[in-house]
Design a protein around this ligand. Structure first.
Ligand code: 4NP
Length: 157
């Protein structure tokens, strides 16, 4: 399965999600069966590595995201990916603006709906915040990615 994580900047939340999901799949010996990527909407940090505080937060959990590079969402991502996970309501609005047909949006869901289905709870943007804010976002992301891993294992995604 091809899984895409999206946030606004693609330098904090979605890179941590990409790293967490890859680590979980590695731990489950399922990394070869799935493709994981991330992207964003803001071009301020195009081509850059994830923000230092995101890198350090991921590294605390033995996840190296330093090789990731910022890229923008493209409409072709609707074709390339089977599932697209967004972090918050603004991300949802921005993806929705780019849909070509209603069926594009059937692939899109709030990441935290994997933990609390249908509640559309946002994973708060830690950009400009404290290490505690990054850790809080990471915790939510980790738990949601774990649920994705469990669903992939039983083929229910
Ligand atoms: P992210 O946080 O969406 O979790 O990557 C942000 C990082 C940078 C910006 C916005 C959000 N920015 O506008 O530069």
């Amino acid at each position: 399965m091809n899984i895409l994580f999206i946030c606004l900047g693609n330098i904090c939340r979605s890179p941590m999600a990409e790293g967490a999901m890859k680590k979980i799949l590695e731990n489950m010996h399922m990394a070869d069966n799935h493709f994981v990527d991330s992207c964003g909407f803001e071009s301020y940090h195009l081509g850059e590595a994830p923000y230092k505080m995101a890198q350090q937060t991921a590294w605390k959990h033995n996840i190296d995201i330093s090789q990731q590079r910022q890229r923008l969402f493209s409409q072709t991502d609707f074709d390339k990916f089977d599932r697209i996970f967004i972090m918050d309501s603004n991300n949802y609005r921005l993806v929705n603006l780019q849909k070509r047909t209603e069926s594009d949006m059937l692939k899109v869901d709030y990441l935290y709906n994997m933990v609390k289905p249908k509640q559309n709870i946002s994973i708060p943007d830690p950009w400009g915040g404290t290490y505690q804010d990054f850790e809080h976002a990471f915790d939510m992301i980790w738990n949601a990615c774990h649920k994705i891993g469990e669903k992939l294992m039983i083929n229910s995604m």
